[in-house]
Design a protein around this ligand. Structure first.
Ligand SMILES: [Zn+2]
Length: 359
């Protein structure tokens, strides 16, 4: 789960269609290739097939693509880009061979089991490697992620005013739960944005307070299930990479320093124990400018990781100086095929900008 990108298609989509119609994308791509040599990292969350989309009761903003669109996107990547692994990127940074000209990494955050059931077979069939950043505490417990549970609760709560008094667990909070689903999802989005501004442990407490208010304690749910260690081992053995997304999916820069360092060390330890080798990379949960800082980067390095991904929009020169602040290109479900093509060709023009914290 991450910063929310702007949610409506707009001028980027229109421009992408215009470029496609004019047939100028190949020329622009060639020109860009002469001027810039950088690493493109796609960022996905969930990929759902029709069966899983039917009756979906969690956060639709986290559905990056349908299975059909994902297959089309991966085929496009296989044909027109040069997919690499973090192992290649790190080897290059540490003095190894240069990366190919159109190097691209495919990454997934959080570790939903649709990654295993839907995305992994497509990636394997088309021969494209990907990195899956998982929160090890959720793999261990099988419990849904807190932000997802919040959205699930808002979807299902009784309509009316909610008023939480200030107390030892956190500040006062009031909002209305409307009747219509669209309005509820807007309220959930606003709550998530407000939550991401407060300290990480208060975020957890807030979800707990709402869960007791509504009588909806978090429980394992088939629509929001983390992958299992067996599934991750199978993917690892098939050439996919598994990275860290912390233990409890908490915003690391908003945790007390010792807990922040523990999240990184412990996730590294669990990944190494379960996979039989160390994980190379980490993606900072939520990943925006307020989700990680220099202390987080130092702790990631000290935990043995060799590279780190933010969720700040952009591409990166893969180099020593920025290996722990790699930028990514978010893929959202409303990005259609022409737009995706344009985003691969000219990411700076066509990708979503990093959202403002309250977006
Ligand atoms: Zn996440």
């Amino acid at each position: 789960m991450t910063e929310r990108a702007e949610s409506l298609p707009g001028h980027r989509q229109r421009l992408a269609h215009a470029c496609k119609r004019a047939g100028i994308l190949p020329a622009l791509t060639g020109l860009r290739g002469m001027l810039r040599r950088d690493l493109r990292i796609l960022a996905y969350h969930r990929v759902l097939d029709d069966e899983r989309l039917d009756g979906f009761d969690f956060d639709p903003e986290l559905v990056s693509a349908t299975a059909d669109d994902f297959r089309w996107q991966v085929r496009r990547v296989a044909r027109h880009m040069e997919p690499v692994r973090f192992a290649d990127v790190i080897a290059h940074i540490e003095g190894g061979p240069p990366l190919p000209k159109r190097a691209l990494l495919v990454t997934f955050d959080d570790g939903y089991d649709d990654n295993y059931h839907v995305a992994f077979p497509i990636l394997r069939e088309l021969g494209v490697p990907a990195t899956f950043f998982v929160s090890t505490g959720h793999v261990d417990s099988g419990m849904p992620f807190e932000y997802d549970w919040l959205v699930h609760m808002v979807r299902n709560a009784p309509p009316g005013e909610v008023r939480l008094e200030a107390g030892p667990e956190g500040g006062a909070l009031s909002f209305d739960v409307p009747s219509a689903l669209d309005a509820r999802l807007a309220v959930a989005g606003d709550l998530l944005a407000r939550m991401k501004e407060i300290p990480a442990l208060e975020q957890t407490a807030l979800v707990g307070r709402l869960a007791s208010l509504w009588g909806m304690p978090p429980r394992p749910h088939p629509q929001c299930r983390p992958m299992t260690w067996d599934q991750l081992r199978e993917m690892d053995a098939a050439g996919m990479e598994i990275g860290s997304h912390g233990v409890h999916h908490r915003m690391l820069a908003k945790l007390p320093r010792d807990e922040m360092a523990w999240e990184l060390q412990e996730s590294a330890k669990r990944l190494s124990a379960e996979l039989g080798h160390p994980a190379l990379s980490v993606a900072y949960p939520v990943g925006g400018p307020d989700a990680y800082d220099d202390a987080v980067v130092d702790a990631a390095r000290a935990s043995g990781f060799k590279a780190g991904c933010s969720y700040i929009s952009g591409t990166s020169q893969a180099a020593h100086g920025n290996r722990f602040e790699l930028r990514r290109i978010p893929v959202e479900r409303h990005v259609d095929r022409h737009w995706f093509e344009a985003m691969l060709a000219l990411p700076e023009l066509f990708m979503h900008p990093t959202p403002l914290p309250r977006d």
